[in-house]
Ligand binder design. Structure first.
Ligand code: OXD
Length: 327
């Protein structure tokens, strides 16, 4: 397969793709024309109607009507490579059925995401949200020790044991947690004490002190965790969602946090992003909110572009691409 021209469409606000990332492509493919742009309109203005490959984000919002129309009319476009792993934002649009080869970037999220999960876990164990509230009041609260717990004898249950989930398991095991996992087709994994299948979710929920969600958002995982599932969890347990907001029923989550059906939640993904400023979640004292950045790291794009260049090399050689998306 020949590649003559590619476009890299970055997100306008964040502008995360740097010239140094694009240089990785230019070095490996000096004859390929590369267009960098921030909207479908700019892509057309810069002469991108005849691109062979589109490299972009697959989060909700990027594939807006403009970009969907662009894809419909781009006669030479055959392959769309995402710079992230979750493809739900793209798959929800008509682009899913336009016959393009679709690939994600995988294998690089575990490092920052495992750190992010551990940051939630230890913040909750050591009551950091409470400590921060005392600090804001200049309150050297000697009774706050009552709020502190420890990791000894705690269980982390990871719902979704893909590449990210397994890396989280590895880090948790190294810190002596008991680790449970859940996967449609259970696997043997050296860092997981027991791997359950989908129909055994309740068993994982009932035993875990921290339930970590790392599954993709699909029709099978939409609202996977709702009122019934919160009631299966221990009252002392925390939910950690670094997957997609839609995996959890938001109303049931707010209720569970208010009623203390569970102890708290670390949330990085939301049904509506940005999380609306009037969402009740912002003010719940037992929620830690981060703005969908569990995978962020100074090294992310550098790693992502290595995967992308490897895929371009495979593409021109006619070899199977890495991380093809199964619609
Ligand atoms: C991803 C993400 O899908 O960071 O890669 O949300």
């Amino acid at each position: 397969m020949e590649i003559k021209k590619i476009a890299i469409l970055d997100r306008a606000v964040e502008r995360e793709i740097k010239e140094s990332n694009i240089a990785t492509i230019r070095q490996a493919f000096p004859d390929v024309e590369v267009i960098l742009c921030y909207s479908a309109k700019e892509l057309i203005e810069k002469g991108g109607s005849d691109i062979d490959v589109l490299i972009t984000w697959s989060v909700a919002g990027v594939f807006n009507d403009e970009l969907v129309d662009f894809c419909r009319n781009a006669k030479k476009l055959k392959w769309i490579q995402s710079v992230i792993t979750g493809m739900d934002g793209l798959l929800r649009t008509d682009v899913a059925n336009m016959g393009f080869t679709l690939t994600a970037t995988r294998g690089i999220h575990g490092y920052p995401m495992a750190d992010h999960v551990l940051a939630y876990i230890f913040s909750f164990l050591r009551a950091f949200p409470d400590m921060y509230r005392f600090q804001q009041k200049h309150d050297f609260n000697l009774l706050a020790g009552e709020l502190c717990d420890e990791s000894y004898n705690k269980t982390v249950g990871i719902v979704g044991l893909g590449m990210i989930g397994q890396y989280i398991a590895k880090k948790c095991k190294a810190l002596d947690f008991r680790v449970l996992g859940l996967k449609r087709h259970p696997i043997e994994c050296e860092w997981v004490d027991r791997c359950y299948t989908n129909s055994e979710l309740d068993q994982l929920l009932q035993q875990s002190d921290f339930v970590v969600l790392t599954v993709p958002l699909t029709k099978d995982t939409q609202d996977l965790i709702g009122e019934r599932e919160f009631r299966q969890m221990k009252k002392s347990a925390y939910l950690i969602n670094i997957a997609r907001g839609g995996v959890v029923d938001t109303d049931a989550l707010i209720q569970a946090l208010k009623d203390k059906t569970i102890a708290g939640a670390g949330l990085d993904a939301f049904v509506q992003e940005p999380l609306p400023s009037d969402s009740e979640l912002w003010d719940l004292p037992n929620a830690i909110i981060t703005p969908h950045l569990a995978a962020k790291s100074p090294y992310y794009m550098e790693r992502a572009f290595k995967v992308i260049v490897e895929n371009m090399q495979r593409y021109v050689k006619g070899e199977p691409l890495l991380y093809q998306v199964n619609r």
